[in-house]
Design a protein around this ligand. Structure first.
Ligand code: PLP
Length: 411
């Protein structure tokens, strides 16, 4: 908390009225808020205490690495405002994201435009706004930058081994190590400034050694010492788990080995899922129900089919990528209640809009509530209003204790 206190200058201006945050009474928790409000909700609940805890954990596990939150992962305004107040930077992928964070008071120097294939108009916008730090991985991009933002501070994104990640990015982005020399020559010929190296290990990385190798690869680019560039920035990208912090030892070890503190190299990262996943819980309700009496696959012949107010075209779109979720019933369930094989569908007319198959639960009724935890990464950003179903609204809550510890209530 002490670290936070020293980093909260902008909190004063914006918390709480403009933010629309619910400050929970003494003893209350986000879970109790859901209990109390559930009938009005049909929405996401954003627990700011969890978001703040994730930040504290980041500071203690990766003290040398400044996080630039990846806005694409979840651009909910309260998330951005809170992280800005806590002192993170922001990774933006487009003019739209840059404009959103600037409108919330983020300083241009706290933004990295971390997309290697940018529309020219977006590069010009970044230039006009004083957003200078941006990534590239190709000569064509360098040509565009020299036309649209010749004073940019460029970061060379390299392709790394992302085979241990669930979402792989290196097939689309990143310069191969054999091409980096030529790219740096090209930048020098164009009179551009390259300040560092970045990589992205892929989202949901499962192997700490992948980070180590990628950091070593970045070092090899620093070591080319080509053309008088003064590399001063290493960007280790995203890919961190939203639940725990399994890789910090390996990452810190690799940083100390390849980029020791005395080297003066600033280390940043672009975590998205790490921050956004765990603070969000979805509360959705059963809007329709069918009982299939002669289901051939089910013992006893009964299959329950329920239709939920949110689905794969809404905030659960990551289900289309083979991710699974575990909804649970909001009401208490007796162990003696009979369980039925059930399917939970989303609300639209499309048959792929399915949330869970083979789900064993007591009989549910229209109006019952299901909760799904850890739902904040990417789903909300990607959600659509297909079939005219509105996106879930978001309620942000913070405990009184956090409010007072961070001295937020005095404003
Ligand atoms: N940075 C870039 C350039 C990305 O493309 C992404 C995700 O696609 C991220 C950061 C965030 O990744 P993650 O959510 O795995 O931390």
């Amino acid at each position: 908390a002490a670290q936070l206190m020293s980093k909260r200058p902008t909190m004063n201006d914006v918390w709480p009225d403009e933010w629309g945050v619910y400050i929970l009474d003494n003893e209350s928790t986000a879970t109790r808020f859901i209990d109390k409000k559930i009938k009005e909700l049909d929405a996401m609940v954003l627990n700011l205490d969890t978001l703040i805890q994730m930040h504290l954990k980041w500071l203690s596990y990766l003290p040398r690495v400044k996080p630039f939150y990846a806005v694409k992962c979840n651009s909910t305004e309260t998330v951005l405002r809170t992280l800005n107040a806590l002192g993170t930077g922001f990774d933006c992928a487009s003019k739209g994201e840059i404009s959103q964070v600037l409108s919330l008071g983020v300083k241009p120097e706290n933004i990295i435009y971390a997309h290697t294939t940018k529309p020219q108009s977006h590069i010009k916008y970044a230039c006009a706004q004083g957003v200078n730090l941006m990534t590239f991985d190709d000569e064509e991009e360098l040509q565009k930058v020299s036309r649209c933002h010749p004073k940019a501070k460029l970061v060379l994104r390299i392709a790394v081994d992302d085979s241990s990640s669930f979402y792989r990015l290196s097939s689309k982005f990143g310069a191969g190590l054999s091409t980096t020399g030529r790219l740096l020559e090209c930048a020098a010929e164009l009179g551009l400034e390259v300040v560092g190296v970045s990589f992205h290990i892929g989202s949901k990385c499962s192997q700490s050694l992948a980070f180590r190798q990628a950091i070593a690869d970045a070092r090899s680019v620093f070591d080319t010492k080509l053309l008088g560039f003064q590399f001063s920035l290493l960007d280790i990208g995203g890919g961190f788990s939203g639940k725990d912090f399994p890789f910090s030892e390996v990452i810190n070890g690799a940083l100390d080995e390849y980029f020791p503190f005395e080297s003066g190299v600033q280390v940043i990262a672009e975590p998205g899922r790490y921050y956004a996943e765990s603070p969000f819980t979805l509360a959705a309700n059963i809007i329709a129900k069918r009982i299939i009496m002669e289901d051939m696959r089910t013992e006893g012949g009964i299959l329950m089919m329920y239709y939920l107010s949110d689905g794969v075209y809404g905030s659960l779109n990551f289900l289309l990528r083979d991710v699974q979720v575990s909804p649970y019933l909001h009401r208490a369930v007796e162990s003696s209640e009979k369980r039925y094989r059930s399917v939970i569908w989303g609300p639209t007319c499309d048959y792929i809009d399915k949330i869970v198959d083979n789900y064993l639960v007591p009989e549910l009724h229209v109006g019952d509530w299901l909760l799904i935890d850890n739902i904040g990464a990417y789903g909300i950003s990607i959600s659509t209003e297909f079939n005219g179903f509105k996106r879930s609204s978001i309620y942000s809550v913070v405990t009184n204790e956090t409010w007072h510890t961070l001295n937020l209530s005095s404003q």
